[in-house]
Design a binder for this molecule. Structure first.
Ligand code: 5RP
Length: 236
């Protein structure tokens, strides 16, 4: 995978590399989903191949993450076999000044919340376009829903002031189906005043599996930036 001269890809590549450098030998690593984490997975694999990194195991957050891990030679494990995750690296769709996140652009937020939430150190990797003053202002909130409950959940969310859209497939007719066989509503709430309260309220609707608000989970946010063709990384 190369970034070429695409500035957004260059930022993602640089921040992915920077997170991959923080992985230590002997650790269990949560492997996030998305185009930024894909670069981190690639660099972790390269470090393993060069011998710079030894004896790690990955816990994938999606089918995509497990395919990439296998491609780059990262051994995998499951949550049945381990008790703790030392470090998780994952992307985000929005990051606010308190390091709260909206995730789920890749429809993987349910497994991501399980894995990222178990990590001793959860590192978020984003390009600078993801930084916002308030969550909900640039990206709708993804909500994973049981297929048979899409209509009642849509109505319940409407009562909370959210406008839902069923996420549709690309190069696939009909809705996106998650790795768990569910559907995703993308909900526009406008600016979210109280992310912690909304996260709980939505998850309390019967038929909702998980929503993409990650409140108080991120330990470190690494931001890829670019000036001219020169990418750099700063910490939030
Ligand atoms: C997947 C996610 C991704 O981490 C998020 O959408 C960011 O993706 P990318 O790094 O491709 O911008 O939450 O469910």
């Amino acid at each position: 995978m190369t970034a070429g001269h695409d500035p957004v890809k260059l930022m993602k590549q640089q921040v992915g590399r920077s997170a991959a450098e923080r992985v230590q030998s002997g650790s269990i690593v949560g492997l996030g989903t998305g185009s930024t984490t894909a670069f981190a997975i690639q660099f972790i694999g390269e470090r393993l191949k060069s011998g710079d990194l030894k004896d790690i195991k990955g816990v994938p957050t999606s089918f995509q993450a497990s395919v990439l891990a296998k491609q780059y030679g990262i051994p995998l494990t499951t949550l049945d076999e381990i008790e703790t995750i030392d470090i998780a690296i994952d992307g985000a769709d929005e990051v606010d000044p308190q390091k709260n996140l909206i995730k789920g652009g890749g429809a993987a937020h349910t497994r991501e919340k399980v894995v990222d939430g178990l990590a001793d150190l959860f590192i978020v990797v984003v390009d600078s376009s993801k930084i916002v003053d308030q969550l909900g202002t640039t990206f709708p909130l993804p909500v994973e829903v049981l297929p048979m409950a899409v209509s009642p959940v849509t109505r319940a969310i409407e009562k909370l002031g959210g406008k839902s859209e069923l996420r549709m497939g690309v190069k696939k007719d009909g809705p996106v189906i998650t790795d768990q066989g569910n559907m995703v509503l993308d909900v526009d709430f406008g600016a979210i005043a109280d992310p912690a309260a909304l996260e709980k309220t939505i998850n309390n609707i019967p038929g909702v599996l998980e929503n993409g608000l990650f409140v108080g989970l991120a330990d470190v946010v690494l931001i890829g930036e670019i000036q001219g063709e020169q990418p750099s990384v700063r910490e939030l």
